[in-house]
Design a protein around this ligand. Structure first.
Ligand code: FAD
Length: 380
Protein backbone atom coordinates (compact mmCIF):
# COMPACT_ATOMS: atom_id res chain seq x y z
CA UNK A 1 0.00 0.00 0.00
CA UNK A 2 1.34 3.40 -0.96
CA UNK A 3 -0.34 6.74 -0.23
CA UNK A 4 2.36 8.79 -1.91
CA UNK A 5 1.71 10.49 -5.22
CA UNK A 6 4.20 9.95 -8.02
CA UNK A 7 6.27 12.83 -9.32
CA UNK A 8 4.08 12.90 -12.42
CA UNK A 9 0.86 12.99 -10.37
CA UNK A 10 2.21 15.86 -8.27
CA UNK A 11 3.07 17.70 -11.45
CA UNK A 12 -0.40 17.12 -12.92
CA UNK A 13 -2.09 18.31 -9.72
CA UNK A 14 0.05 21.43 -9.70
CA UNK A 15 -0.65 22.13 -13.36
CA UNK A 16 -4.40 21.72 -12.75
CA UNK A 17 -4.29 23.99 -9.71
CA UNK A 18 -2.39 26.70 -11.58
CA UNK A 19 -4.71 26.43 -14.55
CA UNK A 20 -7.79 26.75 -12.34
CA UNK A 21 -6.41 29.72 -10.44
CA UNK A 22 -5.17 31.44 -13.58
CA UNK A 23 -8.19 30.84 -15.81
CA UNK A 24 -11.23 30.33 -13.58
CA UNK A 25 -10.82 32.27 -10.34
CA UNK A 26 -11.38 35.73 -11.79
CA UNK A 27 -14.31 34.88 -14.06
CA UNK A 28 -16.16 32.08 -12.22
CA UNK A 29 -18.62 34.34 -10.45
CA UNK A 30 -19.51 36.42 -13.51
CA UNK A 31 -19.83 33.36 -15.78
CA UNK A 32 -22.13 31.74 -13.24
CA UNK A 33 -24.38 34.75 -12.80
CA UNK A 34 -24.66 35.36 -16.55
CA UNK A 35 -24.75 31.68 -17.62
CA UNK A 36 -21.75 32.38 -19.87
CA UNK A 37 -20.34 29.30 -21.60
CA UNK A 38 -16.55 29.23 -20.91
CA UNK A 39 -15.50 28.90 -24.56
CA UNK A 40 -11.86 30.04 -24.24
CA UNK A 41 -11.21 28.04 -21.09
CA UNK A 42 -12.53 24.90 -22.76
CA UNK A 43 -10.11 25.47 -25.64
CA UNK A 44 -7.11 26.04 -23.36
CA UNK A 45 -7.84 23.05 -21.13
CA UNK A 46 -8.05 20.88 -24.22
CA UNK A 47 -4.70 22.20 -25.52
CA UNK A 48 -3.03 21.51 -22.16
CA UNK A 49 -4.33 17.91 -21.93
CA UNK A 50 -6.40 18.72 -18.87
CA UNK A 51 -9.54 16.98 -20.06
CA UNK A 52 -10.38 13.29 -20.41
CA UNK A 53 -7.17 12.19 -18.72
CA UNK A 54 -8.29 8.56 -18.61
CA UNK A 55 -8.68 8.33 -22.38
CA UNK A 56 -5.94 6.20 -23.98
CA UNK A 57 -3.36 7.67 -26.31
CA UNK A 58 -4.54 5.41 -29.13
CA UNK A 59 -7.79 7.41 -29.06
CA UNK A 60 -5.98 10.76 -28.87
CA UNK A 61 -6.25 11.18 -25.08
CA UNK A 62 -3.58 11.85 -22.44
CA UNK A 63 -3.45 8.11 -21.66
CA UNK A 64 -3.41 8.45 -17.89
CA UNK A 65 -5.85 7.05 -15.34
CA UNK A 66 -9.02 7.70 -13.39
CA UNK A 67 -6.85 8.76 -10.48
CA UNK A 68 -5.29 11.53 -12.54
CA UNK A 69 -8.73 12.50 -13.85
CA UNK A 70 -9.98 12.68 -10.25
CA UNK A 71 -6.97 14.74 -9.12
CA UNK A 72 -7.46 17.27 -11.87
CA UNK A 73 -11.19 17.52 -11.14
CA UNK A 74 -10.47 17.98 -7.43
CA UNK A 75 -8.15 20.90 -8.17
CA UNK A 76 -10.60 22.45 -10.63
CA UNK A 77 -13.63 22.16 -8.34
CA UNK A 78 -11.74 23.85 -5.50
CA UNK A 79 -11.67 26.99 -7.60
CA UNK A 80 -14.89 27.02 -9.64
CA UNK A 81 -17.51 24.26 -9.77
CA UNK A 82 -19.38 25.57 -12.83
CA UNK A 83 -16.47 25.87 -15.26
CA UNK A 84 -15.07 22.60 -13.91
CA UNK A 85 -18.36 20.85 -14.58
CA UNK A 86 -18.21 21.99 -18.19
CA UNK A 87 -14.61 20.81 -18.59
CA UNK A 88 -15.40 17.40 -17.12
CA UNK A 89 -18.47 16.96 -19.29
CA UNK A 90 -16.54 17.37 -22.57
CA UNK A 91 -15.71 13.66 -22.46
CA UNK A 92 -18.79 12.48 -20.56
CA UNK A 93 -19.50 8.96 -21.76
CA UNK A 94 -16.10 8.31 -23.37
CA UNK A 95 -15.82 5.24 -21.14
CA UNK A 96 -18.32 3.52 -23.42
CA UNK A 97 -15.86 3.68 -26.32
CA UNK A 98 -12.97 2.45 -24.19
CA UNK A 99 -14.91 -0.46 -22.70
CA UNK A 100 -17.29 -1.48 -25.46
CA UNK A 101 -16.40 0.25 -28.74
CA UNK A 102 -14.16 -0.93 -31.53
CA UNK A 103 -10.72 0.67 -31.99
CA UNK A 104 -12.06 2.22 -35.16
CA UNK A 105 -14.94 3.88 -33.27
CA UNK A 106 -12.65 5.08 -30.48
CA UNK A 107 -10.30 6.73 -32.94
CA UNK A 108 -13.03 8.20 -35.08
CA UNK A 109 -15.10 9.73 -32.28
CA UNK A 110 -12.71 10.46 -29.42
CA UNK A 111 -9.66 11.79 -31.27
CA UNK A 112 -11.47 14.92 -32.55
CA UNK A 113 -12.31 15.86 -28.95
CA UNK A 114 -8.60 16.47 -28.45
CA UNK A 115 -7.56 17.69 -31.89
CA UNK A 116 -10.64 19.49 -33.12
CA UNK A 117 -13.72 20.96 -31.64
CA UNK A 118 -15.71 17.81 -31.02
CA UNK A 119 -17.68 17.74 -27.78
CA UNK A 120 -19.69 14.80 -26.56
CA UNK A 121 -22.45 14.13 -24.07
CA UNK A 122 -24.43 11.17 -22.79
CA UNK A 123 -28.21 11.44 -23.07
CA UNK A 124 -29.89 9.01 -20.70
CA UNK A 125 -32.46 10.92 -18.64
CA UNK A 126 -35.98 11.47 -19.97
CA UNK A 127 -39.01 13.30 -18.61
CA UNK A 128 -40.39 9.99 -17.25
CA UNK A 129 -37.12 8.11 -16.73
CA UNK A 130 -34.63 9.50 -14.22
CA UNK A 131 -33.36 7.20 -11.49
CA UNK A 132 -35.17 4.34 -13.20
CA UNK A 133 -33.01 4.25 -16.32
CA UNK A 134 -34.71 1.10 -17.55
CA UNK A 135 -37.86 3.17 -18.03
CA UNK A 136 -36.19 5.01 -20.94
CA UNK A 137 -38.66 4.99 -23.81
CA UNK A 138 -36.78 6.77 -26.62
CA UNK A 139 -36.87 4.17 -29.36
CA UNK A 140 -34.29 3.06 -31.90
CA UNK A 141 -35.73 0.90 -34.66
CA UNK A 142 -33.66 -0.83 -37.34
CA UNK A 143 -34.59 0.11 -40.90
CA UNK A 144 -32.32 -1.55 -43.47
CA UNK A 145 -28.77 -0.55 -42.62
CA UNK A 146 -29.88 2.40 -40.48
CA UNK A 147 -31.34 3.01 -37.04
CA UNK A 148 -34.22 5.48 -36.64
CA UNK A 149 -34.47 7.25 -33.27
CA UNK A 150 -37.52 8.94 -31.73
CA UNK A 151 -38.01 10.37 -28.27
CA UNK A 152 -36.91 13.12 -25.92
CA UNK A 153 -34.26 13.63 -23.26
CA UNK A 154 -33.93 16.23 -20.49
CA UNK A 155 -31.14 17.84 -18.44
CA UNK A 156 -28.47 16.68 -20.87
CA UNK A 157 -24.95 18.09 -20.54
CA UNK A 158 -23.66 19.51 -23.86
CA UNK A 159 -27.05 19.07 -25.48
CA UNK A 160 -26.54 22.29 -27.45
CA UNK A 161 -22.73 22.55 -27.54
CA UNK A 162 -22.10 18.90 -28.29
CA UNK A 163 -21.15 17.68 -31.76
CA UNK A 164 -22.30 14.16 -30.95
CA UNK A 165 -24.28 12.46 -28.20
CA UNK A 166 -24.44 8.96 -26.89
CA UNK A 167 -28.13 8.13 -26.68
CA UNK A 168 -29.52 5.41 -24.44
CA UNK A 169 -32.52 4.00 -26.30
CA UNK A 170 -35.04 1.18 -26.29
CA UNK A 171 -34.31 -1.40 -29.00
CA UNK A 172 -35.74 -4.70 -27.74
CA UNK A 173 -38.98 -4.03 -25.82
CA UNK A 174 -39.88 -7.73 -25.76
CA UNK A 175 -36.61 -8.82 -24.14
CA UNK A 176 -36.11 -9.16 -20.35
CA UNK A 177 -35.96 -5.67 -18.83
CA UNK A 178 -32.19 -5.42 -18.51
CA UNK A 179 -31.69 -6.51 -22.17
CA UNK A 180 -34.04 -3.96 -23.75
CA UNK A 181 -31.73 -1.01 -24.36
CA UNK A 182 -28.74 -0.12 -26.53
CA UNK A 183 -26.39 2.86 -26.85
CA UNK A 184 -26.02 4.90 -30.06
CA UNK A 185 -23.72 7.60 -31.34
CA UNK A 186 -25.82 10.45 -32.72
CA UNK A 187 -24.28 13.46 -34.46
CA UNK A 188 -26.09 16.59 -33.36
CA UNK A 189 -26.30 17.95 -36.91
CA UNK A 190 -28.42 15.01 -38.05
CA UNK A 191 -31.85 15.88 -39.45
CA UNK A 192 -34.45 15.56 -36.70
CA UNK A 193 -32.09 16.41 -33.78
CA UNK A 194 -33.24 19.46 -31.84
CA UNK A 195 -31.82 20.84 -28.59
CA UNK A 196 -33.21 23.56 -26.37
CA UNK A 197 -31.06 25.06 -23.63
CA UNK A 198 -32.44 24.62 -20.09
CA UNK A 199 -31.77 27.89 -18.30
CA UNK A 200 -32.09 28.77 -14.63
CA UNK A 201 -30.03 26.07 -12.95
CA UNK A 202 -29.43 26.67 -9.25
CA UNK A 203 -25.68 26.21 -9.68
CA UNK A 204 -23.11 25.23 -12.33
CA UNK A 205 -24.87 27.85 -14.40
CA UNK A 206 -22.17 28.36 -17.03
CA UNK A 207 -22.33 24.69 -18.06
CA UNK A 208 -24.48 23.63 -21.00
CA UNK A 209 -27.63 21.69 -20.08
CA UNK A 210 -30.38 21.05 -22.60
CA UNK A 211 -33.52 19.18 -23.52
CA UNK A 212 -33.15 17.08 -26.67
CA UNK A 213 -35.83 16.06 -29.13
CA UNK A 214 -35.21 13.25 -31.60
CA UNK A 215 -37.68 13.01 -34.49
CA UNK A 216 -36.98 10.25 -37.01
CA UNK A 217 -33.24 10.77 -36.62
CA UNK A 218 -31.49 8.33 -38.97
CA UNK A 219 -28.01 7.07 -38.17
CA UNK A 220 -25.94 4.37 -39.89
CA UNK A 221 -25.86 0.93 -38.29
CA UNK A 222 -22.18 1.35 -37.38
CA UNK A 223 -23.26 4.04 -34.88
CA UNK A 224 -24.40 1.33 -32.50
CA UNK A 225 -21.88 1.39 -29.63
CA UNK A 226 -21.31 -2.01 -28.08
CA UNK A 227 -23.91 -4.72 -28.53
CA UNK A 228 -27.61 -4.45 -29.23
CA UNK A 229 -29.53 -5.16 -26.00
CA UNK A 230 -26.41 -4.65 -23.87
CA UNK A 231 -27.04 -0.97 -23.15
CA UNK A 232 -28.02 -1.27 -19.49
CA UNK A 233 -24.94 -3.34 -18.65
CA UNK A 234 -22.78 -0.82 -20.53
CA UNK A 235 -24.45 2.06 -18.71
CA UNK A 236 -23.76 0.54 -15.30
CA UNK A 237 -20.11 -0.03 -16.24
CA UNK A 238 -19.91 3.65 -17.20
CA UNK A 239 -21.33 4.76 -13.83
CA UNK A 240 -18.86 2.51 -12.04
CA UNK A 241 -16.14 4.65 -13.55
CA UNK A 242 -17.64 8.13 -13.83
CA UNK A 243 -18.82 8.11 -10.21
CA UNK A 244 -15.20 7.79 -9.10
CA UNK A 245 -14.24 11.13 -10.56
CA UNK A 246 -17.61 12.71 -9.75
CA UNK A 247 -16.70 12.04 -6.13
CA UNK A 248 -13.69 14.29 -6.80
CA UNK A 249 -16.13 17.07 -7.61
CA UNK A 250 -17.44 16.83 -4.06
CA UNK A 251 -13.99 16.65 -2.50
CA UNK A 252 -12.77 19.65 -4.48
CA UNK A 253 -15.87 21.73 -3.74
CA UNK A 254 -15.69 20.89 -0.03
CA UNK A 255 -11.96 21.68 0.16
CA UNK A 256 -12.55 24.96 -1.65
CA UNK A 257 -15.34 25.87 0.79
CA UNK A 258 -13.18 24.92 3.77
CA UNK A 259 -10.32 27.09 2.48
CA UNK A 260 -12.70 30.05 2.16
CA UNK A 261 -14.02 29.50 5.67
CA UNK A 262 -10.50 29.37 7.14
CA UNK A 263 -9.53 32.58 5.38
CA UNK A 264 -12.68 34.32 6.59
CA UNK A 265 -12.45 33.27 10.24
CA UNK A 266 -8.85 34.40 10.41
CA UNK A 267 -9.79 37.86 9.18
CA UNK A 268 -13.24 38.46 10.64
CA UNK A 269 -13.24 39.87 14.17
CA UNK A 270 -16.12 39.76 16.67
CA UNK A 271 -16.06 40.19 20.44
CA UNK A 272 -12.65 41.82 19.94
CA UNK A 273 -10.98 38.73 18.42
CA UNK A 274 -10.78 36.82 15.14
CA UNK A 275 -13.76 34.44 15.17
CA UNK A 276 -11.30 31.63 14.43
CA UNK A 277 -9.98 32.00 17.96
CA UNK A 278 -13.24 30.67 19.43
CA UNK A 279 -13.09 26.99 20.25
CA UNK A 280 -16.62 26.47 18.90
CA UNK A 281 -15.42 27.70 15.51
CA UNK A 282 -12.22 25.64 15.63
CA UNK A 283 -14.28 22.51 16.28
CA UNK A 284 -16.35 23.24 13.20
CA UNK A 285 -13.20 23.57 11.10
CA UNK A 286 -11.85 20.31 12.52
CA UNK A 287 -15.06 18.45 11.69
CA UNK A 288 -15.06 19.84 8.17
CA UNK A 289 -11.41 18.93 7.60
CA UNK A 290 -11.97 15.33 8.79
CA UNK A 291 -14.89 14.92 6.40
CA UNK A 292 -12.91 16.23 3.44
CA UNK A 293 -9.94 14.01 4.22
CA UNK A 294 -12.09 10.88 4.54
CA UNK A 295 -13.91 11.65 1.30
CA UNK A 296 -10.58 12.22 -0.46
CA UNK A 297 -9.30 8.87 0.73
CA UNK A 298 -12.25 6.87 -0.55
CA UNK A 299 -12.30 8.86 -3.78
CA UNK A 300 -8.63 8.01 -4.41
CA UNK A 301 -9.30 4.40 -3.51
CA UNK A 302 -12.20 4.10 -5.95
CA UNK A 303 -10.10 5.61 -8.75
CA UNK A 304 -7.07 3.49 -7.84
CA UNK A 305 -9.16 0.31 -8.00
CA UNK A 306 -10.28 1.25 -11.51
CA UNK A 307 -6.73 1.95 -12.65
CA UNK A 308 -5.67 -1.41 -11.26
CA UNK A 309 -8.38 -3.26 -13.17
CA UNK A 310 -10.38 -4.14 -10.07
CA UNK A 311 -13.46 -1.93 -10.40
CA UNK A 312 -15.67 -2.16 -7.36
CA UNK A 313 -19.22 -0.94 -7.88
CA UNK A 314 -20.01 -0.42 -4.24
CA UNK A 315 -16.77 1.38 -3.36
CA UNK A 316 -17.39 3.76 -6.26
CA UNK A 317 -20.97 4.28 -5.08
CA UNK A 318 -19.72 4.90 -1.52
CA UNK A 319 -17.15 7.42 -2.76
CA UNK A 320 -19.73 9.33 -4.79
CA UNK A 321 -22.40 9.27 -2.08
CA UNK A 322 -20.05 10.25 0.74
CA UNK A 323 -18.21 12.98 -1.17
CA UNK A 324 -21.52 14.52 -2.27
CA UNK A 325 -22.91 14.39 1.26
CA UNK A 326 -19.91 16.00 2.89
CA UNK A 327 -19.73 18.62 0.13
CA UNK A 328 -23.27 19.71 1.04
CA UNK A 329 -22.47 19.64 4.78
CA UNK A 330 -19.10 21.38 4.54
CA UNK A 331 -20.27 24.15 2.25
CA UNK A 332 -23.26 24.75 4.55
CA UNK A 333 -20.96 25.15 7.57
CA UNK A 334 -18.52 27.26 5.56
CA UNK A 335 -21.31 29.64 4.58
CA UNK A 336 -22.50 29.73 8.20
CA UNK A 337 -19.03 30.91 9.23
CA UNK A 338 -19.26 33.73 6.70
CA UNK A 339 -22.38 35.01 8.46
CA UNK A 340 -24.59 37.36 6.46
CA UNK A 341 -21.78 38.14 4.00
CA UNK A 342 -21.90 34.57 2.71
CA UNK A 343 -25.49 35.16 1.66
CA UNK A 344 -24.40 37.68 -0.99
CA UNK A 345 -23.15 36.69 -4.39
CA UNK A 346 -20.00 38.78 -4.22
CA UNK A 347 -18.64 36.08 -1.92
CA UNK A 348 -17.61 32.87 -3.72
CA UNK A 349 -19.05 30.73 -0.94
CA UNK A 350 -22.58 31.65 -2.11
CA UNK A 351 -21.86 30.14 -5.55
CA UNK A 352 -20.29 27.03 -4.04
CA UNK A 353 -23.32 26.57 -1.78
CA UNK A 354 -25.66 26.64 -4.79
CA UNK A 355 -23.40 24.29 -6.74
CA UNK A 356 -23.12 21.56 -4.10
CA UNK A 357 -26.65 20.17 -4.07
CA UNK A 358 -26.55 18.70 -7.55
CA UNK A 359 -23.84 16.27 -6.45
CA UNK A 360 -26.47 14.41 -4.45
CA UNK A 361 -28.75 14.21 -7.47
CA UNK A 362 -26.92 13.63 -10.75
CA UNK A 363 -24.93 10.53 -11.73
CA UNK A 364 -27.32 8.64 -9.49
CA UNK A 365 -29.23 10.26 -6.65
CA UNK A 366 -27.81 9.52 -3.20
CA UNK A 367 -30.65 7.07 -2.57
CA UNK A 368 -29.67 5.07 -5.66
CA UNK A 369 -26.09 4.85 -4.42
CA UNK A 370 -27.41 3.67 -1.05
CA UNK A 371 -29.45 0.99 -2.84
CA UNK A 372 -26.31 -0.22 -4.63
CA UNK A 373 -24.29 -0.30 -1.42
CA UNK A 374 -27.08 -1.97 0.56
CA UNK A 375 -27.73 -4.61 -2.07
CA UNK A 376 -24.04 -5.45 -2.35
CA UNK A 377 -23.78 -5.96 1.39
CA UNK A 378 -27.06 -7.77 1.96
CA UNK A 379 -27.20 -9.58 -1.36
CA UNK A 380 -30.02 -9.22 -3.86
C1 FAD B 1 -27.09 19.87 -13.74
C2 FAD B 1 -27.56 18.52 -14.20
C3 FAD B 1 -26.88 17.88 -15.22
C4 FAD B 1 -27.31 16.64 -15.69
N1 FAD B 1 -26.67 16.04 -16.73
C5 FAD B 1 -27.16 14.90 -17.26
C6 FAD B 1 -26.57 14.33 -18.45
O1 FAD B 1 -25.57 14.84 -18.98
N2 FAD B 1 -27.14 13.21 -18.97
C7 FAD B 1 -28.23 12.62 -18.41
O2 FAD B 1 -28.69 11.62 -18.94
N3 FAD B 1 -28.82 13.14 -17.29
C8 FAD B 1 -28.32 14.26 -16.71
N4 FAD B 1 -28.90 14.81 -15.59
C9 FAD B 1 -30.07 14.17 -15.01
C10 FAD B 1 -29.77 13.41 -13.72
O3 FAD B 1 -28.97 12.30 -13.99
C11 FAD B 1 -31.10 13.06 -13.05
O4 FAD B 1 -31.64 14.27 -12.54
C12 FAD B 1 -30.95 12.01 -11.94
O5 FAD B 1 -30.61 10.77 -12.47
C13 FAD B 1 -32.25 11.87 -11.12
O6 FAD B 1 -33.33 11.66 -11.96
P1 FAD B 1 -34.65 12.59 -11.80
O7 FAD B 1 -34.21 14.00 -11.79
O8 FAD B 1 -35.63 12.19 -12.83
O9 FAD B 1 -35.19 12.25 -10.36
P2 FAD B 1 -36.18 11.04 -9.96
O10 FAD B 1 -35.71 9.77 -10.54
O11 FAD B 1 -37.58 11.47 -10.26
O12 FAD B 1 -35.96 10.98 -8.41
C14 FAD B 1 -36.36 12.05 -7.56
C15 FAD B 1 -35.95 11.69 -6.15
O13 FAD B 1 -36.71 10.56 -5.73
C16 FAD B 1 -35.94 9.75 -4.88
N5 FAD B 1 -35.87 8.39 -5.44
C17 FAD B 1 -36.01 8.00 -6.73
N6 FAD B 1 -35.94 6.66 -6.83
C18 FAD B 1 -35.76 6.18 -5.58
C19 FAD B 1 -35.62 4.88 -5.02
N7 FAD B 1 -35.65 3.80 -5.79
N8 FAD B 1 -35.46 4.77 -3.68
C20 FAD B 1 -35.42 5.87 -2.90
N9 FAD B 1 -35.53 7.13 -3.37
C21 FAD B 1 -35.70 7.29 -4.69
C22 FAD B 1 -34.55 10.42 -4.77
O14 FAD B 1 -34.54 11.27 -3.66
C23 FAD B 1 -34.49 11.26 -6.04
O15 FAD B 1 -33.61 12.37 -5.90
C24 FAD B 1 -28.45 16.03 -15.09
C25 FAD B 1 -29.10 16.67 -14.04
C26 FAD B 1 -28.69 17.90 -13.60
C27 FAD B 1 -29.44 18.57 -12.48
Amino acid sequence: MDFLLTKEQKFIKKAAREFALGEMAAVGREFDLNETYPEDIVKKARELDLIGLFIPEKFGGPGLGYLEQAMVMEEFWKVDPGISQQLCSLTFGAEEFILFGTDEQGKKWLEPIFTGDAVMGFAITEPDAGSDTLAVSTTAVKDGNEWVLNGSKVMIGNGTKGTFMLVFALTNPEAPRSRQHSIFIVETDRKGYKAEPMHGKMGLRCSDTAAIYLTDVRIPEENLLGKEGNGFHQLMAFFDRSRAYVSAHGVGLAQGALNMAVKHIRERKQFGKPIGSFQGVQFKIADMAVKVELARNIMYKAAWLLDNNTPDTHVTAMAKMYAARIAVEVVDEALQLHGGYGYFDDYDIERFYRAAKVLEIYEGAKEIEKMIIGRTIIGK
